[in-house]
Design a protein around this ligand. Structure first.
Ligand code: MRU
Length: 305
């Protein structure tokens, strides 16, 4: 955000093009969130907050701001950070200056929460560990250094000699496009794998620990995260490999009893067809899955809110 102008890096074009898009309205932001130009649970909460602040600052009425918050809240259904951010800002609709300050607070808090998760999670990593991660949970998915990838980054900064196996993360390749891009910028050694290669690596003793992010943690500790996370957790359990979820407390949803109650976003068939299958192939494309609490070794929360 600069002089009232809000711009975001279009993640759909990464890693080959770094293009910033100017966001003119909350409707722009909804479209941007839906097409995953901005993505990652913490980031979509903060991005929606900044967009609402922009609207409040522009002189919109309180009723318009409340309506926009409700619309932004619906942009994607699974990551609760989006709902959390809108629920914090919406009651301030009659006080634009306070709403803007609160949006800025959400931004700063996210940076700080990432730092504390990084410190807490890095303590779990041993020198020489090979780690596995899924999807993208780094600086692109938050406004700080990331959640699971923030932990990996901190362990590397601490001088631990780690190697990261990066699941490519079908169908939209957040691992291959975004995590690989971030790790190479950070000079952290990594190997990109197809999602179906993790089992072989685990059997061969090549992975000591898994770190993944989360989009919503239910009251019983079940976790929704990028589709494929559940499979990694099952494999890790089978091979007795610790499986850690990393997410800020803004991802905890006390109002959702179990993972079965978490709404799972279904996305378009073309994302799976990818131009390679028959154009009319029937497709199943849930964007997230739920990992039961029993398969999770620990959740790295970082500090209290
Ligand atoms: O559909 P996406 O790319 O928004 O999904 C993102 C994930 O599943 C991440 O693992 C999660 O949001 C945590 S990001 C810190």
């Amino acid at each position: 955000m600069h002089d009232g102008e809000l711009s975001i890096l279009d993640q759909t074009l990464l890693p080959h093009e770094e293009k910033w898009i100017v966001v003119h309205s909350h409707l722009d932001m909804i479209a941007i969130i839906r097409r995953l130009a901005v993505r990652g649970a913490p980031l979509i909460g903060v991005a929606a907050a900044l967009s609402l602040a922009q609207l409040a600052e522009s002189g919109a009425s309180a009723a318009q701001v409340v309506r926009a918050a409700a619309e932004l809240r619906e942009a994607r259904p699974t990551a609760v950070n989006l709902m959390y951010a809108m629920d914090r800002l919406s009651p301030l609709a009659t006080h634009p200056a306070k709403l803007v300050a609160e949006a800025e607070r959400l931004f700063d808090e996210d940076v700080d929460l990432c730092e504390s998760m990084a410190d807490e999670g890095a303590a779990l990593v041993r020198d020489g560990d090979n780690l596995l991660t899924h999807c993208n949970t780094g600086g692109l998915a938050t406004v700080g250094i990331g959640t699971a990838l923030g932990v990996i980054r901190r362990a590397h900064e601490q001088g631990k000699r780690i190697h990261v196996y990066v699941d490519e993360t079908r169908p939209l390749l957040q691992g291959a496009r975004l995590t690989a891009w971030e790790l190479s910028k950070l000079n952290i050694p990594y190997t990109l794998i197809c999602d179906n290669m993790a089992a072989t690596l685990m059997r061969d003793g090549k992975i000591q620990r898994c770190f993944v992010g989360c989009d919503r943690v239910a009251a019983n500790g079940d976790v929704a995260n990028k589709i494929g996370t559940y499979g990694v957790a099952v494999l890790a359990h089978h091979h007795r490999i610790p499986f850690h979820v990393v997410g800020p407390r803004t991802t905890f949803d006390a109002n959702t009893a179990t993972g079965a109650n978490i709404p799972i976003e279904q996305r378009s068939a073309d994302e799976v067809r990818g131009g390679k299958s028959p154009t009319d192939a029937h497709v199943f494309n849930p964007a997230f899955d739920v990992t039961p609490a029993a398969l999770i070794t620990s959740i790295v929360w970082g500090r209290e809110l």
